[in-house]
Design a protein around this ligand. Sequence first.
Ligand SMILES: NC(=O)c1ccc[n+]([C@@H]2O[C@H](COP(=O)([O-])OP(=O)(O)OC[C@H]3O[C@@H](n4cnc5c(N)ncnc54)[C@H](OP(=O)(O)O)[C@@H]3O)[C@@H](O)[C@H]2O)c1
Length: 264
Amino acid sequence: MELPNGTHKSIFDLFKLNGKRALVTGGSKGLGLIIAEALAEAGADVAINSRNLIDCHEAADKIGTATGRRVIGVRGDVAKSSDVAAMKNEIERQMGTIDILINNAGINIRGPVEEISEADWDAVMDINLKGPFLCSKAFGPEMCERGWGRIINLGSIMSVISLSARSPYASSKAAILGLTRTLALEWATKGVTVNAICPGPFGTEMNRQLLNDPVKYKDFVSRIPLGRWGDLHEIAGTSVFLASDAASYVTGSALFVDGGWTAQ
Ligand SMILES: NC(=O)c1ccc[n+]([C@@H]2O[C@H](COP(=O)([O-])OP(=O)(O)OC[C@H]3O[C@@H](n4cnc5c(N)ncnc54)[C@H](OP(=O)(O)O)[C@@H]3O)[C@@H](O)[C@H]2O)c1
């Protein structure tokens, strides 16, 4: 197809990420690991972050070997501004500036509100909401200066619905859509898009309790129109799409990857 500048690209070329550099927070496991692999397969060099450097290096080596891309591991707690600043310096020293930021690191602490402590609330909010704020603030302005960037925040079906025993998690995931929309507006004219991916249930470490409880597991399945949990690879396409030029006119949006849960 013909682009406004007169060049021709195939639709598949629009999804390619060659020449881009991505950071996936919480990329050592679960959905972040799949997203990191998908971005590298699409052509990006990738920095993988978590609080555990050994896990990050293991993931980076595996993806780097499989894809032939430059993939590095960087330690840092996204909830601490000093760690985010140090992580940025380290990524720039080893790899260069970041074009694609995936704010994926997240935790869940479940329980009725009477049993959720102030420390629980702060931990979930700090990692799930303040982390994306700090990382966007650290990496977004330079994307704006260069005139191209992508920020993708991991929301959840709990950005728009909830279940009992999820007060901090659902609050953090609802708020992440507010952050997504606001940054999308602030950077709309700078070539930087900001969107959210809102997954339904996937079988990661975060959901170990549910996976190990046959009653809760079945209850979840009964709420999903597709009749099953997501397979991890099913998060990959959405992340590459939103990170690529194929999504150049998409900003401030939330894309639900939930087997239809929130359609009901
Ligand atoms: N799985 C689902 O069904 C589901 C559904 C909806 C939304 N989501 C969202 O998707 C994202 C990924 O979830 P997941 O299920 O893949 O989780 P996961 O398997 O538990 O992995 C979480 C990742 O985040 C890292 N992490 C946690 N706290 C961090 C911090 N403060 N700083 C840096 N890294 C940190 C973890 O590594 P360390 O602990 O070693 O730091 C790990 O790499 C989360 O935002 C989650 O809320 C997941």
